[in-house]
Structure formats: C-alpha cells, structure tokens
Design a protein around this ligand. Sequence first.
Ligand code: FES
Length: 212
Amino acid sequence: MSIPYTKKILEHFMHPHNVGQVENPDATATEGSPACGDMVKLSLKVDAPTKTITDIKFESYGCASNIATGSIITDLAKGRTIDEAKAITWQKANEELGGLPPVKVHCAVLAVDALKTAIENYEHRHGLLKEKVPTDEKIVMKRLSRVINPLAGLDVVRTKIVTEVRIEAGDVTVFVELPEDHQFAANLRNEIQERIEPLWDVRSVNVVFRGK
Ligand code: FES
C-alpha cells in the first residue's frame, strides 16, 4: 500500500533545505536512536544579543515525513528568535506540509522535539533559564527517558538498564547494566553524555558499565 504524500512533502523530501551540521554550533540535540533507525540531529547558531537563530541544520535517518519535517521546521526557525522558534509545533509543520499521513505524525514530532531540545540546551548553557533548578536524580532520569535502549527499542529508564545516578558537585555518574565491551556501549555512552552535559550546572558526565 503506498502512503499518500502531498506534493509539498515530496518536494521537501527530495530537495530538503538546511541539511548537514552547523559549524561551531551554539547548541545541538539528537532525538531518536541511531541503533533503532529513526533519528534526527539538529544544530544551531544563535546571535546572543538578539537571541536570533542565524543558522540551523538537520540530519535525518528517518523516513520521508521526517526529512520533510526537518526541512520545513528549520526553514521556519531560521531568522526567528529562540522564543518564536520554541512556539513551532508539529501541527504547524503538518499544516505547512499540507497534511502528513496520520501514521507518520510521530516522525514530525521527532523533528520538532529535536528543535525544542536544542533550544532548551542553548538556554541551559547561556544563562537563559527562568528558574535555575539544581540538577538532581529526577531531572537526570527525565532526560534519560529519551535515550533508547537499543536492545529493547524502549528507553533506558523504563527498561531499567540505568540502575543508579550519582551527582556530586556538578559531576554526574550514570551506572548502566551492560558489559563495557557490548556492541552498543560506546554509542549509549555518547547518547547519555549528550543528553546530560547541556544541563546548566553539570561539569562532567561519566558513564559506568557494570553488567556481565
Ligand atoms: Fe520513523 Fe518516519 S521517522 S517512520
């Protein structure tokens, strides 16, 4: 059965705008998991005095809808302030693309989540948070609930492979129940560090594998 894509989706899929990585980005974000297939990476540059997004690029390992959404939301975000860009929703992307097939809405959500996370990461690292809540285990676990356990296709919190989190003066240690030499260990370490390092008061993130 073929999926009914609009002309606009096909145009953005075949000729996506803003593909690649911004040089020396001010913030980045990854949503999804390379090990599971669906993944979007986003990087952006912000003019600090005006808080305007001057450059933004994405890389997608997802489907046509995901690529088209990455293309349209980066178009919409470029030249906007970070507050304006935060207001971009998957519904807006959907509307701009002329309507995604309902089974493909999650692909748009993934791309919009990457934009929101990149902006959130920027705010953490540039003193723009309205309220500076000290990082605790709950905050770390919330962020880790977006990291996929490639062995299960669900996140590392729900599948309980993150067994403990320790936080001492900005140094975070995450314990993972997986052998250090596991084929997914290096990738998981990167994903965990990428999720936790942007938090405003975190100095370092150490991932310890202690499975057999
Ligand atoms: Fe996975 Fe679209 S990104 S089906």
